[in-house]
Design a protein around this ligand. Structure first.
Ligand SMILES: [Zn+2]
Ligand SMILES: [Zn+2]
Length: 329
């Protein structure tokens, strides 16, 4: 598949998209009603496909794959084990799915791949293999810590310790929270991630995630346990925000699963010979490449406000280098 209409490759085999990274119009000032509507309902846009996918997934997970609240009033190994198993299965389906499609079956070759090289055996990784090492951190600590936060909140809802609302009592708030969760996710991720770049925490924890200079899907949740504890702590906000467990599951499953897409290392997913879909997290790819830019993912312009935005253009690159020189002067 030819990806030259969307970007170009430099002499060292680095492919970059033509379009600079933008934030969309959610926070544009003055407001742009037309652009806002187009962004909200368009494809790809705010709703479609990903926020709808995660909302539907939360509905299914709550209805089919979570025990009734009554059962979760007391902590017992039975239902906790079930939630752990369902999260392991979800992780295999999502991280494994992206990995099989793009890296094992290589269904689109290196088309739209930011780094044209495939990962090589590398001694810095456990088992000498980046993917196995990443799977280890995801399954041995990522999924259990995600599950622990979820179990804590479910138990709290069941015992009246987290403020619970229902659709029947608060239909507007109930629906509105679905629209808010993606923002909570992004703002929470930004602050957790900023914290992890404080030098002491970076050294003990976040450095492990950053060994993935050329990331793949399984890099997403490959973190030190300390980072998992900080990263998933956004879930605790539901001790303060009146909500239904479905909203908490919506946030928890995004935190648990979205990093797969955030680290594919591909800009677009090929859909046949001439069609493709934007799956880009180029901002986060640049974060893995340069470490000091793009702490957030790109709907809320936090990096722009706090001076760490890199939109992929040569100008942004010069600005990053100038900031580096200022710091070392
Ligand atoms: Zn990352
Ligand atoms: Zn980082």
């Amino acid at each position: 598949m030819d990806d030259s209409a969307f970007g170009s490759e430099d002499a060292r085999g680095a492919w970059s998209p033509k379009q600079p990274i933008t934030y969309g119009p959610a926070f544009a000032w003055p407001p742009q009603p037309r652009a806002l509507l187009k962004w909200f309902f368009g494809f790809p846009g705010y709703l479609l496909p990903w926020n709808v996918v995660y909302a539907v997934a939360a509905l299914v997970i709550w209805q089919v794959l979570t025990p009734p609240l009554e059962t979760m009033k007391t902590l017992s190994p039975g239902w906790i084990g079930l939630i752990l198993l369902r999260n392991i299965a979800l992780a295999f389906a999502v991280y494994g799915g992206w990995h099989l499609w793009l890296y094992v079956w290589r269904r689109q070759g290196t088309a739209f791949k930011y780094n044209r090289q495939w990962p090589k055996p590398f001694p810095a990784f456990r088992f000498g293999n980046q993917t196995y090492d990443n799977m280890f951190h995801t399954l041995a600590s990522g999924v259990p810590i995600w599950t622990a936060y979820e179990v804590l909140l479910l138990w709290a809802y069941a015992n009246g310790m987290a403020p619970l609302i229902s659709f029947a009592d608060h239909p507007v708030g109930f629906v509105a929270l679905f629209f808010l969760v993606p923002f909570i996710h992004e703002v929470g991720f930004y602050f957790a991630h900023r914290l992890l770049h404080v030098p002491a925490l970076y050294e003990v924890a976040h450095k492990l995630h950053h060994r993935n200079i050329s990331p793949g899907p399984w890099s997403g949740l490959s973190m030190h346990p300390i980072e998992h504890v900080i990263y998933f702590s956004t879930i605790l906000l539901f001790f303060l925000i009146p909500s239904h467990p479905i909203h908490m599951i919506n946030l928890a499953s995004r935190l648990g699963l979205a990093p797969a897409q955030g680290h594919t290392g591909f800009d677009r997913l090929a859909m046949g010979e001439n069609a493709s879909m934007d799956v880009s997290y180029y901002a986060h790819y640049l974060h893995h490449k340069y470490f000091e830019v793009n702490y957030a993912d790109g709907m809320v312009p936090l990096d722009k406000w706090f001076g760490s935005f890199h939109d992929g253009t040569p100008e942004a690159h010069e600005a990053m280098k100038a900031r580096r020189q200022m710091r070392s002067a």
